[in-house]
Structure formats: C-alpha cells, structure tokens
Ligand binder design. Sequence first.
Ligand code: ATP
Length: 955
Amino acid sequence: MTTLPRPSRPSIAPPTGPLPSLPVAKSRASNVSPASKTPGASLLPSLATANRAVSSSALPQRPTPKSHSGSASSVPTLSADNSPAGPLPPGKSLRKTVSIGAFPQPPKHNGRNASHPPSPLSASATADSDTLDQRLSSAATLSRQGSLRRTAPRSSLGGRNLLKSPLTPPSLLNGSGDSVSVINTSHLSLPSPPQSRNSSAQGSYATSATTIEDVAEEDSRGRSDSKTTADGHSNQKDGKGNVIVSVRIRPDVGAKDSKQELEWDVNAKRSLIAYKGREGGDYYYDNVFDTQDNNRRVYDAAAKRLVRRVMEGYHGTVFAYGMTGTGKTFSMQGTATNPGVIPLAITDIFSYIRETPQREFLLRVSYLEIYNEKINDLLAGPVQTGPNGQSGPQEEIKLREDSKRGVYATPLKEEIVQSPTQLLRVIARGDNARRVAGTQFNARSSRSHAVVQIVVESRERVVPGIGSLKESKRSAIAPGGVRVSTLSLIDLAGSEKAADSKERRTEGSHINKSLLTLGTVIARLSSEKDKSGSDKDKPSKEGKHLPYRDSKLTRLLQPALSGNSLVSILCTIQIGASGSVAAATSHTGETLNTLKFAARAKNNIVSHAKKADESLGAGADVGSRALLDRYRLEIQELRKQLEEQNKAKETKGKDEEEEKEKAQAREEDKFRHEEQMLEMQLARTALKERIEHLNRLILSSKSLGVNTNRSFSAMSMQHRGSVLSNGGDYRVPISARSSASHSTLEVPGQGMMPSVAFNTLPLEGSEEDDSLGDNGDGTASQAAQIQSLQADLADKTRYIGTLEKRLLQARRSSHSRVSMSLSQKLAGTSEDGGLVATIAEKDAEISNLRAQLEDKERMIAALTSAGRKRDNAHEVGSEGSPGSRRTSHRRSEGSTGSLKVKGSPISPVGFLSNPKSETQKMADVTRMLDEMISGRVDNANGARRSSLRPVSEDR
Ligand SMILES: Nc1ncnc2c1ncn2[C@@H]1O[C@H](COP(=O)(O)OP(=O)(O)OP(=O)(O)O)[C@@H](O)[C@H]1O
C-alpha cells in the first residue's frame, strides 16, 4: 500500500485575511469549460476529461426571466429552463436562485460574536437583519397560511412501501418538534428556490425556512400536492421525519439531449425521480434537487434543521453518498461563491449560539479520514519521529465503543474553536490533508471517507458576580450540568467500477467494500425489522446481525444508523453520461444503485434520537464531557487567583504607602532630630563658652585679689596690656582663649562698648591722671586702673548678658521642639543627665559670679571713694604747700621709683602715694580697705555704680 501523492487542492484563503474563503471544492478539470480541457493538461484519460461535467457556473444560462414575486424583484435571478433535465414540464415555473452575496449585508448581530471578523458565511448568518426580516415577514406570514400538500407517493422499490411506518417516532426535522429558533431564522432561507419546499414519500419536509419562496413558487407552479397541513407543518403520521433522504442531480452538459437523459424524468417539486428504462420505476424522496439547485438550497432543505437540533442537544449525522464525481464534495464543502453544507452548518451553529444567550457553549472539532480501512487524523499534522525531523506514521487510531457515547475514534485531536472563521480554518486544514487523486471520473477524487465531527457542549449560563465565589463555583456545576451533542458531517468516497492504476484499484476496492457494507447494513436494518415482528422498527442494538464491524465506515456510523442520531443522507447522482454506450450503461447502473440505496435508507433507518441529558459524566468520556465545566472551574480559579493577586497588590500598595509615609515621617524625625541636635550643640557650645568665659571671669575676679588677696597690679597690667594691644579696637580685651570665644559668640555693637564705657566714666581723675599718669614703669594710676576695671567689668557684664540671652534662646528653642518625653529621656540618659546637672551647676556658678561681680563693683566703688578722699586730702594739703607741683612731680618720680621696690610693685599702696607720711598713707588705705570689706560704701559709690550700670545694661 503506497501513500498517495497529495496534490495541492484549491486551498482556503490564508487565515490572515479578515474574510477567509469558504472551503473550496476540489478544483476539477470540469470546472473549466470543456473547450479549455486538453488531455495533456490533465492526468486523466481523455475520455474522462470528455466526460467531465462542468460546474454550474460553466453552464449556458438563458436570459433572466422576470420574477414572480414582487418581494424578490430586486433579487438577482438565474433562470434554469435549460436544465439538463429538459424543458420545463407543464406547470413547472421558472426557478430563481439567489446568491446570498447579492443581498445587501445586514448590520452585524450584537451578540457574542460581534467582534468576529466578517465571514463570507456571515451573509447568511447575519441575514437576520431588520431589513431582511421586514422584507420577509409578510411572505413568512403568508407561507404559514399556505397549504403545501403533495400527492401520495408511489413505491417503486419492488412494491415496498417507503412511506408509512406507524411505529416510527415523530419527526424532529420537519417542524413538528419543539424547536424555537428555526422559526426565528426563517428569513435565512430567502434564496431557497421553489423546490425547497419539498415533501417526501414519507412526509413533507416543509420548514418555515422554505415557506417564503414556497408560497411564491407554489402560486406560480400551482402545486397543491403536499401533505403539509394548513399550519405549515407536515403530517407526521408516518413518523419518519428524523431521517431525511435527499437526492441531488449533478448537471452534465455533455449528456444533454442524450438517450440517457431522455430516459429520466426528474420532478423536483414532487421529489420524484422516474426512470423509464429497464428496471425502471419511480423514486420518491424527501428532497430531490435538480441541477439548478445551489448548495444553500440543499442545506436549507436537507441539513439546516438537523444542525439546529444538534445545537439543542440531539446527535445529528449528515452524509453524502454517491458515485465518484457526482458532487458529494461539491455539496458538502462547496465553493467560495457557493458554500456547501459544512460551511453553512458552521454559520448556523454560531448563529444559534448568538441567538441563545441563556446558554453557554463550547465547540470541539475533530476531522478524520478512513483511507484504505485505516483511520487518519486530518488535524494531527505530520508526526515528527526521526532525529532530523522526518515525519513518521501517526499513532494508530482505533474505534472504541462506549455504552453512552457510542462508537468513537481515539486518540483523535480535537480543537476547541470560538468563531466560524476558526472552525473553517480547522476544517480547511483537514481538507488539505485529505487524500485525493485523479480518477477516471474525477480529477480530484476523494480517495477516503472524511468525517468532520463537531462536538457541542452547552449548559445554562451562570450569571457571574452573584453571591460569593464559592457559591458561584458551586452553581456553575449544579444546575443541569453540561449537555453534549455531536454533529457528524461525512463526505464519503465515491463508489467506482474500475480504475486504471493498481493504487486506484486498491483504494477503490476498499471504498467499494465499505460502501457495500454500508448498503448491506442499511438493507439488513430492514430485515431486522421484518424479522422482529412487533419490534420490527427497532434496529438491532447489539449489531449482532448487522455487519457494522465489517468496515470502519459502518462501525463509525453505527450509532447514527442504529437510531441514536438524527440522520440526513444526501445521495448524488448524475443522469446520463456522454461517451460510449458501455460507459453510459455502467453509469446508469450506478445511478440506479444509488437511488435504491437512498430508498432503502429512507425506508429502513429509524431514528430514536433523544436530546442528550444535561448531566455531568453522562458519558464515559467524563474528562471530555466535563470540558465546559472544567473550563468554567478553571476560569473561576483563575479569577480567584486574580482577585487574590489584586488584593495582595492592594495590600502591598497600602503597605508601601504606609512604608513611604513612615519613611517620610522617619525623614522628618531625622531632620527634626538633626535640628534638635544642632540646637543642642549650639546650646552646648554656648554653654561651654559660657563656662570658659565664666572660668576666665573667675580667674579675672581672682586676679582682682578680692577673694584671694592677690595684688591688683597683675590684673591691671593684664588689662592695660590688652587694651593697648588692641590698638583702638575696643573689643573685649581678654585672653586669647576668651577672644576665641568671642569670635564664636560675637556680640553686635560691642565695638562701641569701650567708648561708651569711657564716655560714661567719670573724668574727675583726668587731671590726676596727668599728674599720676603712667609712671613710665608700667604701673597704672589708680584712676586708670579703675577705668580699666570698669571697662572690664562692663565688658564682662555684657558678655555674660549675651551668653545668658543666648542660652535662654537656645533653651526656649530646645524646649519648644523637644517634647517633654525627650527631656525626660535626656534627663534619663547618663550623658544628658550629666548635662542637665552641669547646667544646674553652672547656674549656681553664675549666681556665684554675680555675687562676686557685685563684690567687685563694690570694691571698685570703694576704691573710687578712697581715691576721691585722697584727692581731697591732697588738695587741702597742697593749698598750704608751695611745692605742691614739685611734690607732684616727686610723687611721680616716687611712683616711678616705687616700681623699683621689690615685693609688691602693683600694690595699691603705690597708687595711693601722696605727700602724707607713709604711715598715714598706710592707715588711709587700711581704713579704705576696711570700709570696703565691711561693705560700708559711701553714697558716691552708689552714684558710681549707677553710672556704670546703664552702660552694662545697655549692652
Ligand atoms: N451540482 C453541481 N453543480 C455544478 N458542478 C458540480 C455539481 N456537482 C459536482 N460538480 C462538479 O463536479 C465535479 C466533481 O464533483 P465532486 O468532486 O464533488 O464529486 P465527488 O462525488 O466528490 O467525487 P469523488 O467521490 O470522486 O470525490 C467537480 O468539479 C464539481 O465542481
């Protein structure tokens, strides 16, 4: 067994386009005009080429007649009275066929698939527009009132009555069922030609989908032979409506006016095919489509309702059966301009989903072929086995049987699809993988049986967002469960008599064998009925007496043939055959076989199809059946995870926000802390300086000898030197250490202090200064010493005041910013506790110093007072002494000379030298000191102090 080459089939438009083309029927040589065909251009023998039928598009067309229906006047029409079937019989009206594409595109449905890219199929799918609805509503109303009856059929199969079977179930495919949505889509059938209203021998198959044109056509044709009741529904007393058998006749230009053509009589309106030759007879079916019927017409009449039923929960099987080259693939796949049953079914499936918002759906699709009795997965693609990526054989696909699911192939790739475009692409992919080859009768003959299976899962929609997640999760499973139904669309390989090559013969033998088995099974279905008496309408469940297992095809079709599925069989034939008489005879024989097969199928197959249960695990393939549930649960789980993630994100965001705020607060705290530290540092510095200064002051006070009895001269000299060294810069003349402190804590305006101090100083001693002046030995006069001391005092007082102010400021600032707790904390810590203690200590020291300063001031006052008294005494003495000037001079000299005295050159005794005796002088000084010590300060002292205070206070 060799693998067939896979010629490139006319492929479907690339998936990237917004308008994917419909699956294109196999491109055949016959699609071009016969004139263009040359034997060399094809692998086919010339005879085959000559025998090829041309497509409908290649058929000569006669001028378009005027439409009968006013409502359809704007619709393009195509006449067909040049049908190969010959001239129109009396009463047969002109048939109009309407291209769906000729209608204005209605607005898109607002349903779930509104976002899907437009599809060529959407013309029909979206034909439910208002415009179309309005245009058709009146006609639809009329159609429901119309009476479409047909004459009682005649049996042509050996007297077997094909019509009645009282025990057969009521039809689900002829409008007697509980369909709710088909009526709603009646407008979709606008293009249906008159023959679309059809009736079979077993009962009419008049749907609302066909009624619009039915009325018009009925009027024009004057048909009244339908068994359809006045309410528009067919009489169901024969109960065969679950199985629809239709016959489609392929146009064949070459056979026009041939003898074979004349032997046949096709009456589409009566769904009758009559053969007048040998073994002749009349064959009635549910539908007979003549050569002018397009695929839309075929779909509407033969498959539309079944597809809708599948969406409601029934299993449905549509298959095309017929001799090779008669139009099975053409009918199932169609072309871009004439889409077949498969694309139209896909459109309808999604239309139904749009129209059923109360349910949610999940669609899975698989595509297999049975080639030489082997099952291939057409969606699996080549299997890579070798290290270099060589493709190897697929895993063997076997048929398994399950009590509830029936017979199924496994393992088989299933693809979940969400849009018509996606579904069409998947099927197109399978088409491309299917085996085709040129045969005597078909340049691109299907060499395998191809089975598209669309599994429809549906369940009641759960409204999300109501109740808690847990509740909704529970409710997603609880009510009703998932309903699973399957639509099988099967394009069988064509039966053939002979083949040129061994390969074709091998294929042909397998094809023929499986088709033969199919015929046998169907024939035995009838035998079963006959044998089982009262149970005769019940097909064998075990398959014991039926050779289902003789071929994979029959095994796969077993559930449908045994009654679990709604069935629609489309048999294709070609009447007449140009060529040799033998070929024509052979052809006629094949056609008759097909017609007999169709008649048996219609008569024998009984469907007890029931709506699938809405329950979880209703089938063995629990995993698959629960797919919708599993997805819903997964979605809920993902939603939950998303919510949790969102919550976590929110929490994290909050945390981050808080952290940010905290960081900001920390930053502020840090800044505040730094500020506080700075202030503390400032306070500390001020404190240190104050301490240092106080230390200096203490030292200075000590140097005054008030407390320590040290001589004034040292202090005097120090200050004098300082003043002099400043050279007119009246900054506080203190030690380098103090100066350093001053550089830090310079007091504004202090430069004026000395001058103020000097200005405020009493000038009484100026003359004395002159007289006493510097002695040339560095010893200052008493007045100069007093002045120096006053300046020093003022300077220090000012400095202390400044320090105090600064300290106070620093304290206030510190107190205002640092909380009590911080203060406590500071007090609690050893370091800061020490600081506070130091401050307290220094405060005490300041008080001490104040007291000392006061003492100092008192001392100065005492000295001043003593000086005055001395001056007075001197003045009294000099008035009676003519050598006072001289004395003064001498005194000066003496003073100078006193510096040479060892022991105490800076003793106040030196300052108080006067013409008195040394003993008297000493007595005066002693008295003055006593007064000073005892605190007996005279009034002048108070005046002096008052003269000093403003200076110091002003600073
Ligand atoms: N009703 C029709 N109108 C116009 N052309 C048709 C019709 N039916 C079939 N054809 C043309 O006839 C040729 C053969 O049709 P198709 O391939 O569908 O036959 P088939 O039954 O599938 O054959 P096989 O069994 O060998 O695969 C195609 O070129 C197709 O376009």
